[in-house]
Design a protein around this ligand. Structure first.
Ligand code: M6R
Length: 590
């Protein structure tokens, strides 16, 4: 949800900010802009469109201070005017977050004579800082942010002052330390390869960044110390390699994601065991794909530990006044660890006395500060907006968590089954040819993904992925529910994709295939169950064969199949799977 970067130092700020914005683009890409200062004078360049639109305007810009922004619109449509930075007087600001009380602030500022140019909530921050400026930019920012309700990670500069002042509350912001140069950015990957040491700002922190140093204050402008840590983002892992898209590259990294997540679990097993002792109820929560992993986590806990478990989207969970009771544990699942609803759900659970377990790919995210235990997903940086390898990493982590809850040794037989999965995932990524099915999907009016139990959980993930990257309507549905309504939508222009990985339920799902085919619908079957293809060979139009594996671990390979179908369909339709329209990777606003 918007990415911001700031630079003060010996190199050309225009180059550093532009490269940083390219790295941050997955956080939003409807418009981009930057402000540069040289000799005390500020130049602002901002345009609707992707970051690369800025390149042509930066050729002759050289600066020693710069702040930049790549936007995912919340207030005001994507346009040049609504792109950041926003200025008021000598102040220029970039902002990520939502200022919930912006209307009343704007009204008051206008009645005091302020002239607003954009429809954004962010512009009020520039006007407030300008209003409070009495010769000290840091003090003006500190005073201005006290007026803001909502969330912000912002940076302000003022013509004539060689510093950036940054502030954060509920939106991520890090400071990067260099030699004769310092940085500020939404996340570590933005600084990969250019800055090795970072610190994570805390809510309420205000940082002054110059070429020579960094001062961090609390909201009362008292100096505070924050730990300096190595930058975990490694630049080599951020390139596309020989892949045309990050989505494909990251799908190919599914085997490592499962393998590294498994390995990383050993480091947290004991802590998790003791945190979960006495737990008698488990709630899994997350958004989007992370919620789909939650659906699988629930099934693992109920099957292995026989403890009641629920899965709920974080956006619903946090507003339904949930009951926790003694012995509840909440697993908050999030690739980014920044998703506003998931973070707030975790906060609520903690306040309600539940044990909170964060399952996340970002070990310095907000979610990790709230949790009692952090279970790492070691997927590596995921750039494509559509989640792939983080999902399989989450599923592997949840499998191990459920074994731990069940009191099983993760080195036992079930743990050993997981050890075989990276190889099987590799086989799936390399062998599945989704091209022909993608062609069918690309011309379909609707695509339905169906399955039972654990296959249903993967069906909803398949449907989300296809919608997200190809813009084809559809639904993920329990196969048994088809005849209770959705069957009315089935005709020759629809494709139904059935996932069958549980031999015990195969016959039931095969019935649903028959129901679709006899209504003229096209059907495809993804399976690793013996006999299914033979029985359905005259009914289904396509088969995708999965490597054989334990039914509980089948999501690790069936997810690869549905994600590949989505990828191939998107590419066939000329969509950019890495940057689907209207979306951004980290949803840090409600
Ligand atoms: O960072 P998170 O895992 O919390 O993100 C949650 C969702 O926004 C995310 O999974 C989204 O649904 C993906 N773009 C789906 O591919």
């Amino acid at each position: 949800m918007c990415g911001i970067i700031g630079y003060a130092g010996k190199n050309n700020a225009a180059d550093v900010v532009y490269k940083g914005l390219k790295r941050l683009e997955y956080r939003g890409y409807d418009s981009a802009g930057a402000a540069f200062m040289l000799g005390g004078k500020i130049t602002v360049i901002k345009k609707e469109g992707k970051v690369e639109t800025l390149a042509q305007y930066l050729n002759n810009v050289s600066a020693d201070i710069g702040i930049g922004h790549t936007r995912w619109a919340t207030h005001g449509k994507p346009s040049d005017i609504n792109a950041h930075p926003h200025s008021a007087g000598a102040i220029t600001v970039v902002h990520n977050g939502i200022i919930e009380n912006y209307s009343e602030l704007k009204e008051r500022l206008i009645s005091d004579g302020a002239d607003f140019l954009s429809d954004t909530d962010s512009e009020v921050a520039a006007h407030l800082i300008n209003e409070f400026y009495k010769g000290d930019l840091t003090a003006a920012v500190a005073q201005a942010v006290k007026m803001l309700k909502g969330s912000y990670a912002l940076m302000a500069i003022r013509a004539g002052e060689s510093k950036i002042v940054a502030a954060r509350y509920k939106s991520p912001l890090i400071v990067g330390y260099g030699n004769g140069e310092n940085f500020c950015a939404s996340d570590e990957p933005a600084l990969a390869g250019i800055c090795e040491k970072v610190c994570v700002l805390e809510d309420g922190d205000i940082a002054e960044i110059t070429a020579d140093g960094v001062n961090i204050y609390n909201g009362n402008l008292q100096l505070v110390i924050r730990s300096v840590l190595p930058n975990l983002a490694v630049s080599e892992s951020l390139g596309l390699g020989d892949c045309p898209h990050y989505m494909l590259k990251e799908l190919r990294e599914v085997p490592q994601s499962v393998q590294f997540t498994h390995k990383a679990f050993y480091g947290v097993e004991e802590k998790l065991k003791s945190a979960l002792s006495g737990v008698n109820r488990v709630i899994f929560t997350g958004c989007g794909t992370a919620y789909h992993a939650a659906l699988i986590g629930k099934r693992y806990v109920e099957s292995f530990a026989r403890i009641p478990a629920e899965a709920e989207t974080a956006g619903e969970f946090r507003y339904k006044n949930p009951v926790f009771g003694a012995g509840a544990a909440v697993f908050a699942i999030s690739q980014s660890g920044e998703t506003a609803d998931t973070v707030e759900a975790a906060r609520l659970a903690k306040a309600g006395g539940a044990k909170v377990v964060a399952v996340t790919n970002c070990l310095r995210s907000e979610l990790t500060r709230i949790a009692d235990v952090v279970v790492p997903v070691a997927a590596g940086v995921e750039i494509c907006v559509a989640a792939t390898k983080s999902y399989t990493g989450q599923v592997a982590a949840l499998y191990l968590c459920a074994l731990t809850l069940a009191g099983e040794d993760i080195g036992g037989w079930r743990g050993k089954l997981l050890l075989k999965m990276p190889e099987l995932c590799k086989k799936a990524v390399e062998s599945i040819d989704a091209g022909a099915l993608a062609q069918l999907c690309a011309s379909a009016r609707g695509v339905y993904f169906l399955g039972r139990d654990i296959d249903y959980a993967v069906a909803v993930e398949g449907s989300l992925k296809l919608k997200e990257v190809s813009y084809i309507a559809g639904e993920g549905y329990p196969a048994g529910e088809l005849k209770h309504g959705t069957l009315a939508l089935i005709d020759g222009k629809t494709v139904s994709i059935f996932i069958i990985t549980d031999g015990g339920l195969a016959g039931k799902t095969e019935n649903a295939v028959e129901q679709v085919v006899s209504r003229g619908g096209k059907a495809a079957v993804i399976t690793n169950v013996d006999g299914v293809e033979e029985r359905l060979k005259d009914k289904a139009d396509y088969f995708i064969k999965l490597p054989e594996c334990d039914k509980y671990l089948s999501p690790l390979v069936s997810a690869v199949a549905v994600q590949l179908i989505a990828y191939r369909t998107a590419v066939m339709l000329g969509r950019d799977p890495d940057k689907p329209r209207n979306l951004a990777k980290s949803v840090t606003v409600e």
